[in-house]
Each structure stands twice: as C-alpha cells, then as structure tokens.
Design a protein around this ligand. Structure first.
Ligand SMILES: O=C(O)[C@@H](CO)OP(=O)(O)O
Length: 255
C-alpha cells in the first residue's frame, strides 16, 4: 500500500452484501435477486457495528436495485444508528450479469469446462460468459424493475469491462457529487460491481484485477483527494484480518 499526501475531500465506504442464499449454495448469481442467508444478515449487522466502532457514519447511501444489497445497507445502517440517511439506488450498481451461467453450480461448471475457461468467465476482464436466453428461468427480461431501462442497455451477459462502462456514469453523475460535497458516502453493492469501482479508483490494470476479490460484509474505507484519487491505494478494510481470510475464500469458490 502506498499513501499520497494531500487534503481529503470526502470519504467513500464500500460494502459488499452479506452472504446470499446462492453464495451459500455456490451458484453463479449475477442479476438473480436472491436474499441474504441468516449468516449474511449477521455479516451486514456486523458491518454496521464496525462503522459505528470506527465513527465512520455515512450521510448518504447508494445501493443497487437488488434485494441482497438493499437489505445489507438497511441492516448495516440500522446497526450504526444511521437508518434515517438519504438513499439512492441504481441498476448501474448491480452485480455483473452472469449470462447463461446464472443459476449454475460453480463446482460443476469448473469440472465441466476446466480451470482455464472457468477462470476466464469468472475473472477475465473482457471475456463475458455466453448470453442468457430470454426464455431462461433465470433471465431478467420482463422484470418490472427494469421496465424503464432502454432495451439496448439491458444486458444478457457482462464481462467486468462492461460493468466498468455501465457503472461509471452513475459514479460520476450521482456518487461523485456527494463526495465533493464532503459527505461520507456508503455504496452497498456486489462483488463484481465493487471490483469495477475499485479498479477505477486504484487504476488497477486489466490483468491485475483478476486477482482482486472483495469479501462480504466488511466495510472498505477510501479517503479521496480532490482529484478523487485514494490517499491509500486499495483503501482500508475496517477488519483487515477477517477481510483477508474472506477474500481468499471468494477466490477459491468452485474448488
Ligand atoms: O455469482 C456471482 O454473481 C458472483 C458474486 O457472488 O460470483 P463470482 O465471485 O464467482 O464472480
């Protein structure tokens, strides 16, 4: 980690949702709107306690439009006694759309396609999985929450590059103004949408981002300078030991 000198303009806190039903079942999830497990609810509450213990109290929260992120934000903010802050949501913070892999078991996919193809789909920057069929039971076509989304923006699959491209307009238009106003901003989202944001913030190369995994439920703090560059590259997890272990577990999924 390197630190640069200079004034802080604002503080960003990234929080990946707690364990979901499909994390527990080891299934590719993407845009499927699964709920938190009891363990995931506990992780979300613990995330909020960490915020309180570190006096890191959000003024505003941005979430995806998916239940697991929305509920994580609510549970965490409740635990931090900040349940009353302003909330904004966008599909642009959604998890990466996992295409035809949605609903598939990660271990079975690894066994069927082999390590190289599995990791290409999971962690390469620019290789999306095959697109999901509109009639697939795990397709989001027809989901009312995307009714106003122009058809050409509705993904059928995404690689991380696609996520960076669809996430950045929301970052610049909605999150950055809150940061520049000096607010402490909580973003409650997903493993891959947060990897996309961290890639942008830390200017991580297309190759190196493959190795970065974000643990569930542990707040990651970024203090940003006026150019929105992190004062500490990689940010700071509020519980670094737990974060290291949990990130390694994410990396090993499927095995
Ligand atoms: O299934 C998913 O949508 C994601 C996050 O849970 O998984 P992965 O870490 O394999 O990209």
């Amino acid at each position: 980690m390197t630190a640069s000198e200079g004034p802080t303009v604002g503080t960003l806190v990234l929080l990946r949702h707690g364990e979901s039903d499909w994390n527990a079942k080891n299934l590719f999830t993407g845009w499927v709107d699964v709920d938190l497990t009891a363990k995931g609810e506990g992780e979300a509450r613990r995330g909020g306690e960490l915020l309180r213990e570190h006096s890191l109290l959000p003024d505003v929260v941005h979430t995806s439009v998916m239940r697991r992120a929305i509920r994580t934000a609510e549970l965490a903010l409740n635990a931090a006694d900040r349940h009353w802050i302003a909330v904004r949501r966008s599909w642009r913070l959604n998890e990466r759309h996992y295409g035809a892999l949605q609903g598939k078991n990660k271990k079975q996919t690894l066994d069927e396609y082999g390590e190289e193809q599995f990791m290409l789909w999971r962690r390469s920057y620019d290789t999306p999985p095959p697109p999901i069929d509109d009639n697939d039971e795990w397709s989001q076509v027809g989901d009312p929450r995307y009714a106003l989304l122009p058809t050409e923006l509705m993904p059928r699959t995404e690689c991380l590059k696609d996520v960076v491209e669809r996430m950045l307009p929301y970052w610049y238009d909605s999150i950055v103004p809150d940061i520049l106003a000096g607010r402490t901003v909580l973003v409650a989202a997903h493993g891959n949408s947060l990897r996309a944001l961290v890639k942008h913030l830390d200017q991580i190369s297309d190759e190196a981002i493959a190795k970065l995994n974000i643990p569930t439920g542990i707040p990651l703090r970024y203090d940003l300078d006026p150019q929105l560059r992190p004062l500490t590259l990689g940010g700071t997890y509020l519980d670094p030991t737990a974060a290291k272990e949990a990130a390694a577990a994410v990396a090993n999924q499927g095995r």
